[in-house]
Design a protein around this ligand. Structure first.
Ligand code: HEM
Length: 410
């Protein structure tokens, strides 16, 4: 196999790279030449005591890593592929309290409990409230005439959806939104969120959620908090576990859905024939293609629990393995013309919500519902929406983020 011709020092988790683009041509090169490739890094730059990680680029291999938690652990070094270099090992280890960073059997126990809040019935029950919210958000933006699509439209529904799901009282929502926003912006200096501000916001959110859980334990209501923490039997979350779960929801459910919506809007506005088709036919297949196209989470990681082989590479016990959903979702072995934005694509076995293993996105149905509701509201109320500027991208090591998208609301 020929070697990939990447510039010296190239790093598939370099936040400066993602500030300008997702490295799709480089992924394509790896898929062809070295589908599982060792990416050397200066020692400790990602917050870990090592010198690099494997880049897994093919759809098939991303699925294999995702579905074998006994060989590829989400716990040993967490699922986050790159932390700030100043992060200490103790700070990384605290993140292991979050479900995303657990392995079976601990993960299985927590997941079984929290799943109760995400049944098809529970999600359907939110639909009317969220449809109303989507219409209000769009109407409000329209009154402004023009503005930033990210703050006016894309941010709002995901925040409301999580608050609605958890049953956060209306008066507390502004605080929850503020904490959530502060927690996810640490890599981008322009947002001026220091590590400390981010950590404090996380602590405040956890403590808010723990108090909510304690209240509901005393005095159960008909909401998901009560269902997850009610004290009658063993299969429940402790108040602290609930606190970390809410923290995970705030991170996993906000930035991801916000970026799917923003990239989706940008894709429609730069592929006008798809927007016309959407407005006319509203195909059910659109939301999945928006997520494939956007792939908001570029990568997560696992750590090998033993020596193993993958896609022809020999992986040693303890090495980190990056699963690159962005690459898998553009693998031509699986997708015809992956470079085309095609809202009628069917089947669409994209891995934007994960590779099908135990950590597969818990909020997928909610995310698809939100994407459908917001684009329906936009198509109804502002069919002539148009771009007035290029997207300004977020500086992040593993999120495909847009922080500003100027539009005319039509
Ligand atoms: C378009 C929007 C979204 C995308 C692209 C997305 C993507 C992902 C991905 C890639 C994973 C990891 C899968 C794996 O490791 O195999 C994940 C896990 C998760 N997601 Fe999402 N997500 C989205 C929306 C949401 C929403 C709306 C929620 C909840 C309100 C949510 C909650 C979670 C949780 C709790 C996990 C961890 C599951 C576990 O560890 O068992 N996500 N998501």
């Amino acid at each position: 196999m020929p070697c990939p011709a990447l510039p010296e020092g190239f790093d598939f988790t370099d936040p400066d790279l993602y500030q300008s683009r997702v490295p799709l041509p480089e992924f394509a090169q790896l898929r062809r030449t070295a589908p599982v490739w060792w990416n050397a890094q200066p020692h400790g730059i990602a917050g870990f005591d090592d010198d690099g990680y494997w880049v897994v680029t093919r759809h098939e291999d991303v699925k294999e890593v995702s579905t074998k938690p006994d060989i590829f652990s989400a716990h040993l070094n967490t699922s986050i592929i790159r932390f700030h270099p100043s992060m200490t090992r103790d700070q990384i280890d605290v993140q292991k309290l979050i479900m995303l960073n657990m392995d079976p059997p601990e993960h299985t126990r927590v997941r079984q409990i929290v799943q109760r809040g995400f049944t098809p019935r529970a999600i359907r029950a939110l639909e009317d409230a969220l449809r109303d919210r989507a219409a209000k958000i769009v109407a409000e933006a329209r009154r402004r005439g023009s503005g930033d699509f990210v703050t006016d439209i894309a941010c709002e529904l995901p925040l409301q959806a999580i608050a609605e799901l958890i049953g956060i009282p209306q008066d507390d929502r502004a605080r929850i939104f503020d904490w959530s926003n502060k927690m996810i912006a640490y890599d981008d200096p322009e947002l001026a969120i220091t590590e400390e501000v981010g950590t404090n916001a996380a602590m405040e959110l956890i403590s808010y959620a723990m108090n909510l859980a304690a209240d509901r334990k005393e005095c159960p209501a008909k909401d998901i908090v009560s269902r997850l923490v009610a004290a009658e039997d063993e299969g429940n979350l402790g108040s602290d576990e609930f606190g970390f779960f809410v923290l995970l929801l705030a991170v996993a459910g906000n930035e991801t859905t916000r970026n799917a919506i923003t990239h989706g809007m940008h894709a429609f506005l730069t592929h006008p024939e798809q927007w016309e088709l959407y407005k006319r036919e509203r195909p059910d297949t659109a939301a999945e293609e928006i997520v494939r196209w956007a792939t908001p989470v570029v990568s997560f990681q696992r750590t090998a629990t033993r020596d193993t082989t993958l896609g022809g590479a020999r992986i040693a016990k303890g090495q980190r393995v990056g699963i690159f959903y962005s690459s898998a979702n553009n693998d031509p072995e699986v997708f015809d013309h992956p470079e085309s934005f095609d809202i009628t694509r069917d089947p669409n076995p994209h891995l934007g919500f994960g590779g099908g293993g135990p950590h597969f996105c818990l909020g997928k149905s909610l995310a698809v519902l939100e994407i459908n509701l917001i684009f329906q509201a936009i198509a109804d109320a502002m069919p002539d929406i148009s771009l007035t500027g290029a997207p300004r991208r977020l500086r992040s090591a593993w999120l495909n983020g847009v922080k500003e998208l100027r539009v005319q609301y039509g």
